[in-house]
Design a protein around this ligand. Structure first.
Ligand SMILES: [Zn+2]
Length: 99
């Protein structure tokens, strides 16, 4: 049996400048349709407004009698953990690394 010593290290979390850009994308849960991929430079508020606009248009114009009334909003962005002190080498980054 291997014995290990653990210690607590303060860590902060914040936006990852190298991570996934902030994106908001809606999906109609009735038919699975999505709007075009949003442009990251629109910012969070602009992307939320654009996604909600697409949902209203999809329900009212694309399917006025089809009852496409339920949507899922997916928000994606990167977070970065910053330890307050050195905690050793970083993990290997695989398929889940930066975009
Ligand atoms: Zn739909």
């Amino acid at each position: 049996m291997t014995r290990s010593t653990y210690r607590f290290v303060d860590m902060t979390i914040g936006p990852d400048p190298q991570g996934a850009p902030y994106t908001v994308r809606a999906t109609c849960t009735t038919c699975g349709e999505q709007p075009p991929q949003p442009e990251p430079d629109q910012g969070p508020t602009g992307q939320h407004s654009q996604a909600q606009h697409w949902c209203r248009t999809h329900a009212a114009t694309d399917h006025p009698s089809g009852r496409h009334l339920h949507y899922t909003a997916n928000v994606t962005f990167g977070w970065l953990i910053t330890p307050a002190e050195d905690i050793g080498p970083t993990a290997d980054e695989g398929a889940w690394s930066h975009p």
